[in-house]
Design a protein around this ligand. Structure first.
Ligand code: AHR
Length: 771
């Protein structure tokens, strides 16, 4: 007989700000996404630095209708702003039936709805008193609203008008035509829906999806984009410097986003703080530390102060009184009251001692001036290995409050490692699981993540913050998947993963309660106890390698294999079906930029373990598992393969334990844990404010799990049960079926200890109150 016992007398840990969101400007999450600007390339600043395909007139099309003649050019003399120096010069020789330009916005075109208001604005100058028309058209040039715009000044002047189309169109155009001859210069050509989320200039549907989550915090603005780029804040491709993102829009210099697009920075730090406030989420800004781990470049320690000041000034901007330098700037932007910043993160996913040398200076300066701020250090992009340990070591040495961990893994890894935090030390820095997801947006991914989250919650004394990543994807500009929320220019939906996050965030509770389970003996084994299959040697693309002295030892017998001369290709050495074996070889790279790989335990092209040596970018030594084509980097260290050097490599496999050696030196051992789904994963919390007890239970197995449930000190309960169930494991939400995976809700009442059946493959959240 299974039994779940919740002890309401035993509060184990405060749940604090456990569940939040991570807004990262990738997949066009800001421009073309949350930032409701409808004009693409409004400032004519797109450049090949952002993306090799971009030109200054990307997004714009010249219009010459019915005898019209004009020329278009992008100039930078006497600009509206030196920070965004380019503007459009339109010289009209013959207006005909339409001489001008049109903008198609993002995705398939501009999305506008009949009867709704759209605010057009631009800066313009003209010596010719030109008259323009501004219209919303469809792709066939049918006009759905049009207004006249008279240019009255030869100095840059802001113009604004409102349009309201008579028809809904999701492939529309904004069209600006000249009605008279002459020269008009245009810049910051913009159109916003009149209605945005709480008037913030952000897209209502997307913000409502965020608000629906009720996140406790929001980490922003990235991700890799914060530390990728040049170290000079004035450069177009600089790392993300917050001071470039506030103030008048035309003064925010357009930037390269490292996901190969342009960021207008219209959604800047002030707007992020306002968004946090509107969502009721605490801001968690992440700043670069004067070091770019992608290029390995860092500012010298002598030049670090500017970067440290950025961090200190940001805290003052957020929290300072209106008579401080940066507090005053915030107040002038419209927010007199402080934003109440509690957390700050230094660095995103840092690899290399150079970052940690710099971190110490940030840490000391922030701690000294703002001892109340919680400082977040980080542990790189891997869940284990030397860089991960370096991050934790730095955090312990410096006394960081929190360490940011990131991992994207297979669902099976999440199950195999579900008790990861049970053994973390209870003292010292806490964990911020700042980026995590299982690879995929299916129902299966979502329920595996839910199971994992029950254990994050149970370890709330160790894990203080957690957020799924990435948050948003514009379906036509995908840099990375899976993502929590998908959208195009007019529609949006939450993935299956979104609904799991929503269930957990909406029902976090204030305090972790003690929960005990009895029975629950049934488990489902999701993988084999041994690593068997083919062994393959591979030279990476464009890389020539010589593999010699290749041997395989199993059952006390050693087999030797012929030498291999490889050029960007794979060679299957043998198939091994033993529990324990040793594979060794020598390898020399004779040409090319990359390194080698050993695949072992290979069942097929989607299921194997990869020992990456140098790898594609020639920077890693990594063990990465692949299950159904979904990878999990389970241990990592920095390693590059040098040319014309002969290395000796050895792999020892014992059950699921893997030990690797380079030149006779042990590099690391790691266990590729066998995933075994327990009968039920559960956690309980108290919502102190409402007095409700919250029980979360996740059943990953193919059969229902029944249990008696007893809640101490409570005789009868009533409340609500939310349940995600009844889906196929590969079900996904989509624009066509946004609620294929969607929780059901039902009222619930019971007396004393009660019986409950958790459906197969389900997530259940019970919110119960004593009656
Ligand atoms: O979330 C996608 C990317 O994953 C982030 O930019 C980076 O931090 C991580 O590698």
């Amino acid at each position: 007989m299974n039994r779940i016992i919740v002890n309401t007398e035993k509060k184990l840990a405060p749940l604090g700000d456990l569940y939040g969101i991570f807004f990262e400007d990738l997949n066009h999450a800001a421009d073309g996404g949350l930032y409701a600007e409808m004009v693409r390339n409004r400032a004519f600043e797109f450049s090949q630095i952002d993306n090799p395909k971009y030109r200054a007139l990307t997004g714009w099309t010249k219009i010459e209708r019915g005898g019209a003649r004009l020329s278009l050019a992008v100039y930078d003399k006497e600009p509206l702003s030196k920070k965004n120096p380019h503007y459009l010069m339109m010289e009209v020789y013959e207006p005909g039936d339409g001489a001008g330009i049109s903008n198609e916005g993002y995705n398939s075109g501009m999305a506008y709805e009949a009867g709704k208001g759209y605010v057009f604005s631009c800066y313009a100058r003209s010596d010719d008193d030109m008259v323009l028309s501004v219209a919303l058209e469809d792709v066939d040039s049918n006009v759905y609203d049009e207004k006249e715009l008279k240019l009255t000044s030869s100095d840059w002047t802001k113009y604004e008008l409102e349009l309201s189309p008579s028809k809904t169109d999701y492939c529309g155009r904004l069209v600006i035509k000249a009605k008279t001859c002459g020269i008009a210069c245009l810049d910051m050509v913009s159109m916003f829906p009149k209605e945005t989320f709480k008037g913030s200039g952000l897209r209502t549907d997307l913000c409502e999806l965020l608000a629906g989550l009720k996140p406790k915090f929001m980490r922003f603005p990235g991700g890799c984009l914060i530390h990728d780029g040049s170290l000079n804040s004035g450069d177009r491709n600089s790392t993300y410097r917050w001071k470039n993102t506030i103030g008048a829009l035309e003064e925010r210099a357009s930037r390269r986003n490292n996901w190969e697009y342009n960021q207008s920075l219209g959604l800047g730090y002030y707007e992020y703080f306002i968004l946090c406030e509107n969502l009721g989420a605490k801001p968690v800004p992440i700043l670069p530390a004067g070091y770019n781990p992608h290029s390995g470049e860092g500012v010298s320690l002598d030049d670090l102060q500017e970067w440290i000041d950025d961090a200190l000034d940001l805290i003052e901007f957020a929290n300072g009184a209106a008579d401080t330098k940066w507090g005053k700037i915030r107040a002038e932007l419209g927010h007199l009251e402080p934003f109440g910043l509690e957390y700050i993160g230094i660095g995103n996913e840092e690899v290399g001692q150079e970052f940690f040398d710099r971190y110490t200076y940030f840490h000391r300066a922030i701690r000294e001036k703002y001892p109340e701020i919680k400082i977040i250090n980080n542990s790189g992009p891997f869940a284990a290995g030397t860089e991960f340990e370096r991050g934790w070591g730095s955090a312990r040495e410096n006394g960081s409050d929190i360490v940011d961990e990131h991992y994207y893994m297979s669902p099976e890894w999440f199950i195999a490692n579900i008790h990861r935090y049970d053994s973390y030390p209870k003292d010292g820095p806490k964990v911020f699981l700042g980026e995590y997801a299982s690879w995929g947006n299916t129902y299966y991914n979502a329920i595996c993540e839910a199971a994992y989250m029950t254990q994050l919650e149970k370890n709330a004394d160790v894990v203080s913050l957690a957020c799924y990543a990435p948050l948003f994807a514009n379906s036509d500009y995908v840099n990375w998947k899976p993502d929590m929320i998908w959208f195009n220019n007019h529609e949006s939906y939450g993935s299956a993963n979104y609904y799991v996050q929503k269930l957990f965030m909406n029902n976090q509770g204030t305090d972790l309660l003690d929960i005990k389970t009895e029975g629950f003996q049934k488990t489902t084994v999701l993988g084999s106890p041994i690593i068997s299959g083919d062994i393959v040697l591979e030279a990476e693309e464009e890389t020539k390698a010589e593999f010699t002295d290749i041997t395989l030892t199993a059952d006390g017998k050693t087999k030797n294999y012929s030498d291999i001369f490889a050029e960007g290709e794979s060679f299957t050495i043998d198939c091994v079906n033993k529990r324990d074996y040793t594979f060794s070889f020598k390898a020399k790279k004779t040409a090319g930029p990359h390194g080698f790989r050993v695949k072992f335990g290979k069942k097929d092209d989607k299921n194997y373990i990869d020992w990456i040596l140098g790898g594609w970018a020639n920077g890693d030594c990594c063990i990465e598992t692949r299950i159904n084509n979904r990878t999990s980097a389970i241990k990592h260290k920095v390693f590059s393969v040098l040319a014309n050097i002969t290395y000796e490599f050895k792999l020892e496999v014992k059950g699921r334990s893997i030990v690797i050696y380079i030149n006779g030196e042990k590099q690391f051992d790691v266990e590729d844990k066998q995933p075994v789904a327990e009968e039920l994963y559960c956690a309980a919390s108290l919502d102190y404010d409402t007095g409700e007890v919250i029980i979360k239970a996740v059943n990953l197995r193919e059969e229902a799990a029944s249990s008696a449930i007893s809640i101490s000190g409570v005789s009868s309960v009533s409340g609500t049960v939310y349940e995600l169930s009844g889906c196929k494991l590969d079900d996904e939400n989509s624009f066509e079926e946004p609620r294929r995976v969607y929780p059901k809700e039902k009222g619930f009442r019971a007396d004393g200890e009660f019986e409950y059946e958790f459906p197969k493959q389900s997530v259940t959240v019970m919110r119960l109150k004593s009656i």
